[in-house]
Design a protein around this ligand. Structure first.
Ligand SMILES: CC(C)(COP(=O)(O)OP(=O)(O)OC[C@H]1O[C@@H](n2cnc3c(N)ncnc32)[C@H](O)[C@@H]1OP(=O)(O)O)[C@@H](O)C(=O)NCCC(=O)NCCS
Length: 179
């Protein structure tokens, strides 16, 4: 999905100030504030940490072409699902996803939902990654984060895996077991 209405690029070290000013929390909702704090203060370091290179952490920025606004941020990395050597499988983790507060619930002029474009940017990037990533994608979402849960569902992250934290769901895409 491409359009002249938005553009997507990978974030770099030079985007620290841009990300420091990004707002996606609507008030004092804890899980929204957590995501906003992470984007403003830690995301670039997360991606650039020398020890993380093997996980191939990637931050994608989505801009509105008309205003130049940063409308969304989404990050992913190579990870594993499972708890021990026997059930561990390669996967891609959506580290976080966010739509800028003033763009939440909005669409681009062609009718595409901003949240959909942001999520699609990550799913497309994962699909064409070199070296290839495993097709399984998962995310850890607060169980009361209704909008995030709906967005995950729209993109097929519907399989609820066993979780360690009672407040957070682990949602993964369905996949065929190894035959
Ligand atoms: C989560 C987020 C990316 C979704 O983007 P958005 O533009 O707000 O989402 P949309 O308007 O497209 O709405 C998503 C869904 O929630 C539903 N929704 C919207 N407001 C809602 C509300 N108050 N209560 C219940 N559902 C609601 C929408 O109907 C939509 O459902 P659908 O996909 O079944 O049609 C955005 O809200 C955000 O950045 N939140 C803060 C950061 C965060 O929590 N990120 C996720 C965890 S990393």
């Amino acid at each position: 999905m491409t359009s002249a209405a938005w553009r997507v690029r990978v974030a770099t070290e030079n985007d620290r100030a841009l990300l420091a000013g990004f707002r996606c929390a609507s008030g004092t909702v804890a899980w929204e504030c957590e995501v906003e704090f992470e984007i403003q203060n830690r995301l670039v370091d997360w991606a650039l940490a020398p020890g993380a290179a093997a996980d191939d952490p990637t931050i994608l920025l989505v801009f509105d072409s008309t205003s130049g606004d940063l409308v969304g941020v989404i990050a992913h990395e190579r990870q594993f699902l499972g708890t021990n050597a026997l059930d561990k499988v390669a996967a891609t983790k959506l580290h976080l996803a966010a739509v800028a507060a003033k763009w939440q619930g909005k669409t681009f002029p062609g009718g595409e939902r901003v949240s959909h474009v942001v999520m699609n940017a990550a799913m497309s990037d994962i699909a064409r990654h070199v070296p290839p990533r495993d097709a399984r994608v998962f995310a850890i979402v607060h169980e009361r984060n209704t909008r995030s849960l709906a967005l995950c569902k729209r993109f097929g992250l519907v399989k609820a895996l066993e979780r360690n934290d009672p407040d957070y769901l682990i949602l993964a895409t369905e996949h065929d077991p190894v035959k």
